[in-house]
Design a protein around this ligand. Structure first.
Ligand SMILES: Cc1cc2nc3c(=O)[nH]c(=O)nc-3n(C[C@H](O)[C@H](O)[C@H](O)COP(=O)(O)OP(=O)(O)OC[C@H]3O[C@@H](n4cnc5c(N)ncnc54)[C@H](O)[C@@H]3O)c2cc1C
Length: 420
């Protein structure tokens, strides 16, 4: 049976391996880390403490590929499904509202002032969304005034949340595609799905268990340091010695910086964008609140996820002044208290700031154009090599869904190559 070598056991590599294994092929994974999962990996606040998500990962019910993996290999009871109602607060003006799309595609919910952005009437919403659909500009900032109410309260926050890129420079075509895949599908595609424990435990573990049960080998602590083309096929260099792949297909499913380091002449060095996550231990607020999500604008924080015993804040594409703020946990705590005034005045001493410097691509029009296809057309590209990873051109931004879809696309391409 043909082996398929997959370098990288993040969500993209795991998704490719599962699909290949379902099709009767024999995938074999290599990962540099001591655990699979890549950016879905967790962290431990203290030795022996339960591992948590490094960042709050928001999955939506319309993320079809990831939801398909959970249905097939995971435990649905490990996921909390919230209604598609997004509570928002403008921190600068102290205004609250809900964004609460109706179940289907018909945007009738926009007629209801309690379900749409405060201070932006029906026509304001329609005008903003229509501008995004019809504008010939290539960035969101060039299409729409980001200082307007629509810009500050709707399009700016949506862009940063979906693309992890400042709206001024974010790719408009990519945002448009993402909105068609999410907001415009209505509430049935927009329910937030939150893992109960951690992404590592509730998503990555069931996928790796399914692979192990099928006899698929995952070699951890196996960084591939060189990928060479030889007349006999690809040769991978790793800590346990070289692997000669011969005619066997190889899927490179690692992050863009590492991929460029391995193949500097064939893959571009793509700019990346950070995400900051702040974690605050909380006095338990009782079992009736499984999870509460609040979107923010006009301050530093973007999303607060409150759970019993824990509060996590996400800041996507942080501004330079926030990266330089020596007391960011304290600054953000004051914003959290605007939403939860019952919390103590003093920021918890054990608050933690985690910085992911390379969380996703910086998703500008230039980056979007440079993203390689599953099988790049660049001259000199090895005949038996395919790409996966959230940064590969899937039509989606760098997300869990993009990563899972890229793995499936690479697996399908390999199958077409082997069984023309
Ligand atoms: C803080 C944060 C918050 C996020 N929030 C969200 C969110 O809310 N919603 C959402 O959908 N997405 C979110 N994302 C994005 C999401 O996590 C990623 O898109 C997804 O996990 C990428 O998966 P991947 O498999 O493409 O890459 P990775 O997870 O980076 O996997 C690559 C793997 O390759 C391995 N590797 C690297 N180099 C080598 C080598 N030389 N040899 C062998 N192995 C190697 C790495 O160890 C890693 O396991 C977030 C990301 C971060 C960091």
């Amino acid at each position: 049976m043909t082996s398929v070598h997959i370098i990288g056991a993040g969500l993209a590599g795991l998704s490719a391996a599962l699909f290949l294994q379902e099709q009767g092929l024999r995938p074999r994974l290599y990962d540099a880390n001591s655990r699979p999962g890549g950016r879905c990996g967790g962290w431990s606040p203290a030795p022996g403490a339960p591992r948590r998500d490094r960042g709050t990962h928001l999955l939506l019910s319309g993320n079809d590929t990831v939801c398909g993996l959970i249905r097939r290999y995971g435990r649905a009871e490990d996921w909390i499904r919230l209604p598609p109602r997004f509570r928002f607060r403008d921190l600068a003006e102290g205004t609250d509202w809900n964004l609460y799309p109706g179940a289907g595609r018909w945007p009738g919910w926009l007629l209801d002032p309690t379900r749409r952005v405060a201070g932006l009437g029906l026509t304001g919403h329609l005008r903003a969304l229509l501008t995004l659909e019809t504008s010939r500009a290539d960035t969101v900032g060039a299409a729409l005034d980001l200082r307007s109410v629509a810009g500050r309260r709707l399009i700016g926050p949506l862009t940063v949340a979906l693309l992890n890129t400042p709206a001024e420079i974010a790719s408009l075509p990519l945002l448009r595609r993402t909105l068609r895949d999410s907001l415009y599908r209505g509430g049935q595609a927009l329910s937030p799905l939150l893992c109960r424990t951690s992404l590592e435990q509730d998503l990555i573990t069931p996928l790796t268990e399914a692979l192990s049960a099928a006899g698929v080998e995952i070699r951890l602590r196996s960084a591939v340091s060189e990928l060479q083309q030889t007349p006999e096929g690809l040769r991978l260099s790793g800590p346990a010695g070289p692997v000669f792949c011969g005619r066997d297909p190889v899927i490179l499913a690692i992050d863009p910086a590492q991929a460029h380091r391995l193949l500097p002449d064939l893959l571009p060095d793509l700019p990346q964008s950070p995400i900051l996550n702040l974690h605050y231990p909380m006095p338990d607020r009782g079992p009736e609140i499984l999870a509460e999500l609040t979107g923010l604008c006009g301050g530093a924080a973007e999303w607060i996820l409150r759970r019993p015993g824990h509060c996590a804040v996400t800041i996507s594409a942080p501004r330079a002044d926030l990266l330089a703020d020596p007391d960011l946990p304290g600054t953000v705590w004051r914003e959290i208290r605007q939403v939860y005034p019952d919390l103590p005045l003093r920021c918890p001493a054990d608050a933690r700031l985690l910085t992911e410097r390379r969380a996703t691509l910086l998703q500008t029009p230039d980056t979007d154009r440079l993203r390689p296809q599953t099988r790049p057309t660049v001259s000199g590209w090895p005949e038996t090599l395919w790409l996966a990873g959230d940064w590969v051109q899937t039509g989606l931004p760098c997300t869990l869904e993009g990563a899972a879809r890229s793995g499936r696309m690479a697996a399908l391409a390999v199958i077409r190559h082997l069984r023309p």
